[in-house]
Design a protein. Structure first.
Length: 260
C-alpha cells in the first residue's frame, strides 16, 4: 500500500513538474539563453531574444544577443529620483541599436527619409509587449530588449534611443491631462502628412519646429501588434518636457481632410 501511494505521489509530482515547465516555456517562448559549451560557466555569457520586424517579408524576425554581464550591470544600477532617471536611461548609439536600424533598413542621418524612418521605429517598438509594472523601475534599452517587454516609459526610452541613433530630432515627453504624470511618449520633429488628426507641440527652443507625439505602447503579443501612426494619440492638453529644465507646452491638433 505504501509503495502504491509513493508511486502515485511520484506520478502526480512529475505531472505537476511538466505542467509548470510547459507554462514557463509558453511564457518565455520568445526568450532563451545561449550558454557557450566551451565557457565552463554556469550562467549565460549571452542572452538572446527574438523580435518581429513589421513591414518586412512575412514571418521575418530579428534575433539579437546581448552580453549578460552588461545586462546585469544595468539591472543593478542606482537610479536618480524624479524625471532625471528617464533622461539618464536613454542610451543612443549602442551597437545593438545600429543592428536594429539595419534590420529595419534605416540608414542613420538619412534626412530625406526621416518621416518614414520614424514610422518604422514606432512600428518596431509597438510590437514589443507592454508590461504593467506595480513597482516603478525605469529600464534602459538593453533591459527592455533582453526582457522583451516594458512599461510605457521603458518603451518610450527605447524609441527615443533608436530615433536619436537614426539621426532624428526627438524628445522624451510626459503628456498629461491632470496633476499626475502617468504616461511617457516621444515627440519627433518631421512633416507627417497622414489622413487623420495629428497631435503636435512647439518646443520653445526649437525655432518653430513641430514635434509630433508617438505612442510607444501597442501590444500584449508581439505577433499581433497594434501599430500607431506618428502624431496619432489620445488627447492630452499638455506635455511636460524635461531637458535642462522643466518646460510645459500645449499640445495642438491638426485636422486633415480624408482623401477621396
Amino acid at each position: 500500500m505504501s509503495l502504491e501511494l509513493d508511486l502515485r505521489y511520484a506520478r502526480d509530482s512529475m505531472a505537476k513538474y511538466r505542467e509548470n515547465n510547459r507554462l514557463l516555456v509558453e511564457e518565455n517562448k520568445w526568450y532563451h539563453l545561449v550558454i557557450p559549451s566551451e565557457s565552463g560557466i554556469f550562467y549565460p555569457a549571452e542572452i538572446s531574444h527574438q523580435y518581429y520586424i513589421y513591414g518586412q517579408q512575412k514571418g521575418k524576425y530579428l534575433e539579437l544577443s546581448f552580453n549578460a554581464n552588461k545586462y546585469f550591470e544595468h539591472r543593478r544600477r542606482k537610479q536618480e529620483s524624479g524625471l532625471q532617471r528617464f533622461i539618464d536611461a536613454s542610451t543612443p548609439h549602442e551597437n545593438f541599436l545600429y543592428t536594429i536600424l539595419d534590420s529595419l533598413r534605416i540608414v542613420p542621418n538619412d534626412s530625406a527619409r526621416n518621416d518614414a524612418n520614424a514610422q518604422k521605429i514606432l512600428n518596431f517598438v509597438n510590437s514589443i509587449p507592454y508590461e504593467d509594472k506595480k513597482k516603478y523601475y525605469v529600464k534602459m534599452p538593453i533591459e527592455t530588449l533582453v526582457e522583451g517587454r516594458g512599461h510605457c516609459a521603458d518603451l518610450a526610452i527605447l524609441m527615443h534611443s533608436l530615433m536619436i541613433t537614426a539621426g532624428l530630432d526627438a524628445l522624451l515627453v510626459f503628456p498629461t491631462d491632470r496633476d499626475s504624470l502617468d504616461h511617457t511618449m516621444v515627440g519627433v520633429n518631421g512633416d507627417f502628412n497622414f489622413d487623420r488628426t495629428r497631435t503636435y507641440f512647439f518646443y520653445p527652443d526649437s525655432n518653430g519646429k513641430k514635434y509630433y507625439l508617438c505612442q510607444p505602447t501597442g501590444t500584449d503579443d508581439m505577433r499581433y501588434p497594434i501599430l500607431h501612426k506618428v502624431g496619432f494619440s489620445h488627447r492630452y492638453p499638455y506635455s511636460i518636457i524635461f531637458q535642462d529644465s522643466v518646460t510645459i507646452v500645449e499640445n495642438k491638433k491638426e485636422w486633415l481632410k480624408r482623401r477621396k
